[in-house]
Write a protein that binds this ligand. Structure first.
Ligand SMILES: NC(=O)c1ccc[n+]([C@@H]2O[C@H](COP(=O)([O-])OP(=O)(O)OC[C@H]3O[C@@H](n4cnc5c(N)ncnc54)[C@H](OP(=O)(O)O)[C@@H]3O)[C@@H](O)[C@H]2O)c1
Length: 221
């Protein structure tokens, strides 16, 4: 399988699940990490039988331990795909501190911890692919906390990518466009503004997430 030994974090989500199934179709058995152990085990059975581990975004040490675990289970690690995240809407004064903390934890601190833990164990020539969002470049009114978390993560990824270049580790920030599939409807707070129809998730995953893994090419968004 191209892409080598792969860890998918957020495997039970829409984007993560599509990545796992596409890799399995190509003969891979990626390591899977997700919040729900039962759904994770079912997904692993249906897609190559790779090892799986449950975690929660609030356990940052547990997040940082995912890549070392995967490297041990797979006998090395070439690629980490991070697709966890949660939406949240509302004017800044309407968002509770608990919701703001949740958005920053799931969209920034947890994915950063996953990647921080991965850097020492990724093989030279390895790849990190992390999904942020188009909101980084085009933030909408009513998304201050969500957009701030994604932008913090995107800035962090950009710097880490420069830091890792000499080691040959590539860091890809996928500023995913709005997709069909109901991500905005699963918001932890508030209600999504009227959004245009989303793009096709399978096509977007193929172009923006799998292409950098399988061919080393970053599609421009
Ligand atoms: N879909 C879009 O339109 C879109 C557009 C731009 C960017 N994005 C970004 O793409 C990523 C994935 O989106 P998606 O559409 O695949 O969303 P999704 O189906 O809702 O998946 C989100 C993933 O994050 C996980 N997650 C949420 N809270 C967590 C927590 N506390 N601890 C551990 N895992 C947690 C979910 O776990 P469970 O499976 O257990 O719920 C799931 O695996 C997100 O970062 C999102 O911001 C999506």
């Amino acid at each position: 399988m191209d892409g080598g030994k792969v860890l998918v974090v957020g495997a039970t989500g829409m984007i993560g699940g599509l990545v796992v199934r596409r890799l399995a179709e190509r003969g891979g058995a990626p390591a899977l990490a997700g919040r729900d152990a039962t759904r994770l085990a079912t997904l692993a059975r249906e897609s190559g039988g790779g090892p799986c581990r449950a975690f929660d975004a609030y356990d940052l040490d547990g997040c940082a331990d995912l890549a070392p675990w995967a490297a041990q289970a797979l006998g090395g690690l070439d690629t980490v795909v991070v697709t966890i995240g949660v939406a949240g809407f509302g004017r800044a004064e309407e968002v509770t501190e608990a919701a703001a903390e949740h958005l920053m934890t799931v969209n920034a601190l947890a994915p950063m911890a996953v990647i921080r833990g991965a850097l020492p164990v990724l093989q030279p020539g390895g790849t990190v692919v992390a999904v942020t969002g188009a909101v980084v470049d085009r933030p909408l009114v009513g998304t201050a906390d969500y957009a701030a978390a994604k932008t913090a993560f995107a800035t962090w990824l950009g710097i880490v990518g420069r830091e890792q270049r000499r080691r040959g580790v590539t860091v890809v920030d996928v500023r995913m466009p709005h997709l069909a599939g109901g991500f905005a409807d699963r918001a932890v707070t508030g209600t999504a503004p009227g959004l245009p129809p989303g793009a096709d998730p399978a096509d977007a995953v193929e172009r923006y997430v799998l292409a950098p893994i399988l061919n080393g090419t970053e599609a421009s968004l």
